[in-house]
Design a protein around this ligand. Structure first.
Ligand code: ASP
Length: 306
């Protein structure tokens, strides 16, 4: 069995000719670094779980993406991160929502999975758990990037309100299958610009934005989270593979169509234990990359690439 790693850095309105050259280059460099961090683990016979965490950590540190450092601002001008991780071997999972002080939210999600009796911790409680368990802390100033502040100001000034599904997303995620045929998935995000009232998206919700099951696939989603939650998209993809025996290529097209029918925008990456690895999205672009034991790293942003 060979290994495969896929990552995404968010689906959105990126169009060729409209994305600034510097943003294009920063996005591709970040995706390459994340792919390499995960691939190094898989090449050495490491686990899919370690690989997805390693890849997501690189993207969380990269201010080009909306996760960890570089996360979007809430309505109140704060950074509140959501993250999840899931192990396809036993469907063990961990997640956090609205955390404000952990450098790597995905590692906090993994800590919840490995060293708590719970699956999902939120807000102040999750921050306290993080400190108690010795996760690396960072202050709000470390996460905050001027460009994200500008995006918040722009969004708040809009007469049509503060939820714009046409905005550029930048959530990050990774899915992998390792040499042993085990799959894992991880997703991390600052959520949506100007989110308020403790809004939580699909990313940390197991079965909505993140899922992994060795009997089916690993999947990480990005896009208008409310629609992914309503569809239970990540679990539905796995359930159809497992219960109906459908091909991944068919299921992903069906789910993207269904997402569109209820007004959702976004995409996802998915990989099966057999190494069938695919991405799908209904936005103009999605930051994405893949690498396998027998395939050079591939990076793409726009819809007509790769
Ligand atoms: N799905 C994320 C959320 O709704 C946002 C994104 O993917 O960019 O929080």
């Amino acid at each position: 069995m060979g290994w495969t790693l896929m990552i995404h850095g968010g689906a959105g309105s990126m169009r060729r000719g409209q994305l600034a050259e510097a943003d294009d280059a920063a996005g591709r460099a970040g995706l390459s670094a994340a792919l390499e961090a995960g691939a190094a683990i898989l090449r050495d016979g490491g686990s899919a779980l370690d690989a997805v965490e390693a890849a997501v950590k690189v993207l969380e540190d990269d201010p080009a993406f909306n996760a960890g450092r570089g996360s979007v601002f809430t309505w109140d001008g704060r950074i509140e991160c959501d993250a999840a991780i899931m192990d396809g071997r036993d469907r063990n999972a961990g997640a956090v929502a609205g955390v404000t002080a952990t450098r790597h939210p995905v590692s906090l999600a993994r800590e919840v999975m490995a060293n708590s009796a719970h699956v999902l911790l939120s807000a102040a409680g999750a921050d306290a758990f993080s400190k108690e368990h010795g996760l690396e802390q960072a202050d709000q100033a470390w996460f905050a990037i001027p460009e994200r502040r500008r995006q918040l100001d722009e969004m708040k000034a809009r007469p049509e309100g503060a939820f714009d599904s046409g905005m550029k997303y930048g959530t990050v995620g990774a899915v992998a299958v390792d040499e042993a045929g085990h799959v894992a998935a991880a997703t991390s995000t600052g959520g949506l610009t100007a989110k308020r009232w403790g809004r939580i998206g699909d990313s940390p919700l197991i079965g909505a934005g993140t899922y992994a099951d060795d009997r089916a696939a690993a999947i990480s989603c990005t896009g208008s989270g409310e629609h992914f939650i309503r569809l239970g998209l990540a679990h539905e993809l796995c359930a159809r593979l497992r219960l109906c025996g459908d091909e991944l290529s068919i299921v992903e097209q069906d789910l993207i169509a269904e997402l569109g029918r209820i007004g959702g925008k976004g995409g996802f990456i998915a990989v099966t234990p057999e190494g069938d690895a695919r991405w799908a999205f209904n936005t103009p672009g999605m930051y994405r990359g893949r690498v396998s034991h027998d395939l050079e790293a591939q990076i793409a942003i726009f819809g007509d690439e790769g």
